[in-house]
Design a protein. Structure first.
Length: 181
């Protein structure tokens, strides 16, 4: 593979790259332990919604083809950004996102043949660079030990579990409150 580049995308660029990002999503989660086959159309609908959020940021990694992607947005303090909690955000989430600059890492994915090459590390650092030292949150499926280990290594802290309405599975809440290196 050619040299790996990281590129920040505007909302418009992210929208024009949505099919390529969906390819990365499917490749990243296809056959992942404990996960059902990825649903491309559901992902595209979520991405379409997320691109419209205030403070949307996306970083794409790749050379000849995209091999990883990270994106997120500023947390909506009303909790609207996570619709599976109809009563508003759970207390643990509300405390972290009470900052007007809190940032939600909505997606971080790397295709299998590029894992263990620090692509995800570089993606999350680049994504959060503009937001440091503001708090950031990520919601990970419970039991995803590999993702949890990566977030822990990056200085994130698991702050609790969340139980959204079914069929969404329980989630682990991870927070990052200090400046990135």
């Amino acid at each position: 593979m050619s040299e790996l580049f990281l590129r920040g995308l505007s909302r418009w660029q992210a929208d024009t790259q949505r099919e390529a990002v969906a390819d990365v999503y499917v490749a990243s989660y296809n056959g992942a332990a404990g996960r059902a086959a990825p649903e491309r159309e559901n992902f595209l609908r979520r991405l379409e919604d997320h691109v419209q959020r205030p403070g949307f940021e996306m970083v794409l990694a790749g050379g000849d083809r995209p091999v990883g992607c990270a994106y997120g947005f500023r947390a909506d303090r009303s909790g609207v950004w996570w619709p599976d909690f109809p009563e508003g955000p759970p207390q643990a989430l509300a405390e972290i996102t009470s900052s007007p600059r809190a940032f939600v890492v909505a997606e971080l994915m790397v295709v299998p043949d590029q894992r263990r090459r620090h692509v995800a590390t570089r993606l999350q650092q680049h994504l959060l660079a503009r937001w440091a030292p503001s708090p950031a949150v990520a919601l990970l499926p419970q039991g995803n030990a590999a993702a949890g280990a990566a977030y822990h290594a990056w200085g994130w802290t698991r702050t609790g579990s969340l139980h959204p309405v079914p069929p969404t599975p329980p989630l682990d809440l991870w927070a990052h409150r200090r400046p990135l290196p």
